[in-house]
Design a protein around this ligand. Structure first.
Ligand SMILES: Cc1ncc(C[n+]2csc(CCOP(=O)(O)OP(=O)(O)O)c2C)c(N)n1
Ligand SMILES: CC(=O)[C@@H](O)[C@H](O)COP(=O)(O)O
Ligand SMILES: [Mg+2]
Length: 677
């Protein structure tokens, strides 16, 4: 985007540009612009630039933004559908509220591209790429951004906390939290609502961005309630029509309108049952057409003035304005790769990916075993359960964005005599740790968790890397954890997992294309030998975890060239540590573990503990993800950044072996050691 042209106005004499054109419905004072006609969007360098736009210009700007989104995101990939659905909503929010003084908060944050465009960030050429814009809000990018975590259902908690801080510090700043209908199915949202509703005098605006979808149509009782609100002839529309009529009625009109406007809950319930929200003690405004700027600004302005917690229920359309998205029944282009902007068709199709290997094997399992059922947390297709769901619609449960409930419900299902397979992204299982520990494991329930997107995912930023599961799950008594190295092992280990009916089992694999088959050349205990050392006195035992097997074989080749003999094994089940590990380690001079998980508490430290417990004091070096949040970049760029590449590991192991031989330069080994944390 070119630099915004300086805009000059010859306004009518005495005209004062409004702080904010609150009532778009009023006759607007048309400003006279003399600048060359440049795209409106390039003239927006911050939210306050919106105040000077007429309703007609705002409409044009909305169109420009949609064109920009399709053009930019089709080149980079990203969350196209969600952002097309919040164009007018974001414009209205930034015209009514004064960010960054007022906090505009986004749940999950995948729908914040328009917010970024309006807050000085219009270079989307490197969206979600190293050095480019994050796909979510980022405090490092802008003072207008707050929540970065991209994990759903947390915005109301944040808003509750910030509103409390405003009250304690006597600030008159506003807090407005945007939460999707999907995110509203998360338990944390209701924990927050319970607290928010209790403070009648604490201003807080909640905008429900209701597009009736997570990826797929949103499920559950809440979705049904929102549908009731959507379909009832809105109280607001009733009042607007009545006001219009009564204002034209002489004498009694106005007083009657005022009575109606102050009508108690009874009238509202009669016209548009508010139910749940009002029963919670929350003022409810809506439903509002989320693409009608005037209606939005009117409702948001009233909500802003309310002086207590208020919900503005906005009806929006995911993928609005872009036919290919609107026609996408699966998820309205929730998250797309690179696509042809005209057709929406993918530019590149990847080969078989881990997810589809799991999905196909799950379908076969479903055919063979009637007791196998599936659970998803609002991500049926992304986790590969769509085929299973099509074949066995009564044996798949979409619990909404409710991973904790998913895990507890799985315990109940197992207790009830079936074997649930809960497929979920690794990072999203974090929030269900206690349920895995205290509901599934404590009660020895046979539940299988399939963790997709395990390890470094990269482009979705710090919170989406599946880098903690093999650490946090190590402490769960009885839990068995598998990290398949290729497609054959996904199939085999999934089958082994569902055979366990008295403990939780976990099968975790990476994002994207599945690597080449890595055959075993031998077996030690329950572990596969991937590379024999070629000598009886090998130097290095390299423990390769999961999808990193091809890279570990490359490390062995590089070490071999240094005259360092290496045994490469794949433990397959990394928890519990195989009993054959200690005796095998004892036959080597150094043990090296390599995992796509945090180094802290990961497989490496667990193997080290097993060796200590067995009295085997062979030195061990563990390679994994350092305990820090990783900025967004491609998986390969992140892996290189953290030294999880074959050359990096081989160089460090060579240094370690040289140290063992007493043939080392202190500086070289120190630099090696320092580089690891
Ligand atoms: C805890 C958690 N689980 C799952 C996801 C994956 N996810 C990202 S967006 C999304 C759907 C959100 O739906 P909604 O809140 O309605 O927002 P919309 O995309 O419709 O605007 C899901 C399930 C997530 N980000 N966080
Ligand atoms: C925002 C969110 O959590 C998901 O939409 C996520 O971005 C999808 O990730 P994948 O692209 O790996 O399916
Ligand atoms: Mg939604």
């Amino acid at each position: 985007m070119g630099k915004a042209e300086r805009v000059t106005y010859d306004a009518p004499p005495g005209h004062v540009p409004p702080r904010r054109n609150i009532r778009l419905g009023q006759a607007r004072q048309q400003l006279y612009c003399k600048e060359a006609r440049v795209p409106l969007l390039t003239r927006i360098t911050g939210p306050r630039d919106l105040d000077r736009l007429s309703l007609e210009e705002l409409g044009r700007l909305a169109e420009e933004i949609r064109t920009f989104l399709v053009d930019a995101v089709s080149k980079t990939g990203g969350h196209l559908g969600p952002n097309l659905g919040v164009v007018e909503l974001t414009l209205a929010l930034h015209r009514v509220f004064d960010s960054p003084k007022d906090k505009v908060l986004w749940d999950t944050g995948h729908q914040s591209y328009v917010h970024k465009l309006l807050t000085g960030r219009q270079d989307f050429s490197k969206l979600k790429m190293k050095g480019g814009l994050s796909g979510y809000p980022s405090q490092a990018e802008s003072e207008h951004d707050v929540i970065e975590n991209s994990h759903a259902s947390t915005v109301l908690g944040w808003a509750d906390g910030i509103a409390k801080a405003n009250q304690v510090l006597d600030r008159d700043d506003h807090v407005v939290a945007v939460i999707g209908d999907g995110a509203l199915t998360g338990g944390m949202a209701w924990e927050a609502l319970n607290n928010i509703a209790a403070a009648k005098d604490r201003p807080l605006v909640i905008v429900v961005n209701d597009n009736e979808r997570s990826y797929a149509p949103t499920i559950g009782g809440l979705a049904n309630h929102l549908a009731t609100l959507r379909t009832t002839d809105g109280y607001e529309r009733f009042l607007a029509r009545t006001k219009d009529l009564l204002e034209r009625t002489p004498v009694v009109g106005r007083p009657l309108y005022d009575t109606l406007h102050g009508a108690k809950k009874g009238l509202k319930d009669f016209i548009a049952p508010q139910g749940m929200f009002e029963d919670l003690g929350l003022k409810y405004v809506g439903p509002i057409d989320g693409h009608d700027l005037e209606a939005l600004e009117s409702a948001l302005t009233r909500a802003k003035r309310f002086g207590g917690p208020v919900i503005v229920h906005c009806l929006t359309e995911k993928g609005r304005g872009y036919q290919p998205a609107l026609q996408d029944e699966a998820d309205r282009f929730h998250a797309v790769g690179k696509i042809h902007p005209d057709t929406g068709l993918p530019i590149s199709t990847s080969g078989a990916d881990w997810t589809s290997v799991f999905g196909e094997e799950m379908l076969k399992l479903g055919e063979e075993r009637e007791d196998v059922v599936a659970i998803t947390a609002a991500m049926l297709q992304p986790v590969g359960l769509d085929k299973f769901a099509k074949a066995f619609p009564d044996r798949v449960y979409d619990v909404g964005i409710a991973e904790q409930h998913g895990a507890v419900s799985a315990a109940g299902l197992a207790h009830g005599g079936v074997h649930p397979v809960f497929a979920v992204y690794a990072t999203f299982l974090n929030r269900a740790f206690d349920q895995v520990l205290m509901d599934v494991a404590l009660h020895k329930c046979g539940v299988t968790f399939v963790l997709d997107r395990a390890g470094v995912t990269g482009t979705d930023g710090a919170s989406h890397n599946g880098m903690w599961d093999m650490s946090i799950l190590q402490v769960v008594p009885g839990l068995r954890l598998a990290a398949p190295r290729d497609a054959d092992q996904v199939r085999a280990q999934l089958r082994e997992a569902v055979e366990v009916d008295d403990a939780p089992t976990v099968v975790r694999f990476s994002k994207g294309a599945v690597g080449p088959a890595v055959p075993a050349v031998g077996r030690v205990g329950g572990m596969d030998v991937l590379r024999a050392p070629g000598t009886d006195t090998p130097d290095v035992l390299l423990v390769s975890v999961g999808a990193l097997a091809p890279m570990c074989l490359e490390v062995a080749d590089l070490l071999n060239k240094q005259g360092i003999s290496t045994t490469v094994i794949d433990p397959r089940w990394v928890k519990p540590v195989d009993e054959a590990m200690a005796p095998l380690a004892e036959r080597h001079r150094v043990v090296v573990t390599v995992e796509d998980n945090s180094r802290v508490g990961g497989v490496g430290s667990t193997v080290a503990q097993a060796l200590r417990d067995a009295g085997v004091d062979v030195p061990l070096r563990d390679f994994g993800i350092p305990p820090r949040f990783l900025d967004h970049a491609s998986r390969a760029e992140v892996m290189a950044e953290i030294g999880l590449t074959a050359p990096d590991i081989a160089r460090q192991v060579t240094g370690l072996v040289a140290k063992l031989d007493g043939r080392y330069e202190r500086s070289e080994v120190d630099s090696v050691e320092a580089a690891r944390d």
